[in-house]
Design a protein around this ligand. Structure first.
Ligand SMILES: [Mg+2]
Length: 283
């Protein structure tokens, strides 16, 4: 078997999910085969998601349903990285959990006691997306933050895609609390902040990871800020004009049409700023 550049240069692939591995419930064409090919060559595949609402096992089950051989250990969520940021600030105790099961389980995994109402025993606030988050939850968070507790957000994505169009993301709900407390969260876990990728790198022991994503301002920027190499694929939200306009940390190391470039046995196409033509590169 011929060795390609990925095999020589990268020991762990960090995959964003939406727009890279799947779009909504459906696999991106070629993605499952590409991940299987990388795994077969001994390259560790890890899945990093800003979506805080689902548990790692729920994400892994979704991946297995699509044909990707993934376990919960292969999935790092912004809730898990967020719980790590809470643990940097407080040792133990009750944490006001705003969000879904992904948020509460991540806090429990770190030894915290997630609660839904603020009282004198609460030591911190973690806010992530959950479909059932309502005014009462945001009010509890506001009371706790105004009382001086540390406030961690899983991510600041303003929107996320649903079958009926874009809906408010966690960043929009964090913005509502921020307006009420007059300040921003103390820390944010999700891309483009470094905590999520750092958690994935720590867990996998990666020496030379490659971050693969479809968004310049989250996936590629997160990798760029950490100084790790990045691969942009064009199967999600980024179009040719956005790539050509990329600046600074948002300029990817490599760019491909889709994930087939990681199984082709040829070197990854380096992205030369301003030279992208989707009809030429990436296949
Ligand atoms: Mg994405």
């Amino acid at each position: 078997m011929s060795q390609n550049l990925i095999e020589l240069q990268h020991d762990v692939l960090l995959f964003d999910l939406d727009g890279v591995v799947y779009v909504g419930p459906h696999a991106v064409p070629g993605a499952v085969a590409a991940i299987a090919a990388a795994s077969a060559r001994g390259i560790r595949c890890c899945f990093v998601t800003n979506n805080a609402s689902r548990t790692p096992e729920e994400v892994a089950q979704h991946l297995r349903d699509l044909g990707v051989d993934a376990t919960a250990q292969d999935v790092v969520t912004s809730s898990q990285a967020g719980a790590g940021l809470v643990a940097e600030r407080v040792d133990s105790g009750e944490v006001l959990a705003v969000g879904g099961r992904g948020v509460t389980e991540a806090l429990r995994e770190r030894g915290f006691d997630p609660v839904s109402a603020f009282d004198s025993g609460t030591v911190a606030v973690m806010q992530g997306y959950g479909a059932d988050v309502g005014w009462r939850d945001l009010a509890e968070a506001t009371y706790a933050i105004r009382a001086g507790l540390p406030w961690i957000a899983t991510n600041l994505d303003m929107t996320f895609p649903t079958p009926r169009g874009l809906a408010p993301g966690n960043g929009a709900l964090v913005g509502a609390v921020a307006a009420a407390v007059g300040r921003r969260p103390d820390a944010v876990a999700g891309k483009p902040e470094p905590a999520l990728l750092l958690e994935a790198i720590r867990r996998t022991g990666a020496l030379r990871p490659l971050m693969i994503g479809d968004r310049l301002d989250t996936d590629i920027a997160a990798g760029g800020r950490l100084g790790i190499e990045t691969l942009l694929v064009m199967t999600g939200v980024c179009d040719d004009q956005q790539l050509l306009a990329a600046q600074g940390d948002e300029i990817p190391t490599f760019a491909c049409i889709d994930l087939s470039c990681i199984e082709s046995g040829t070197p990854l196409p380096a992205y030369e700023p301003g030279t992208w033509h989707s009809t030429r590169e990436g296949r």
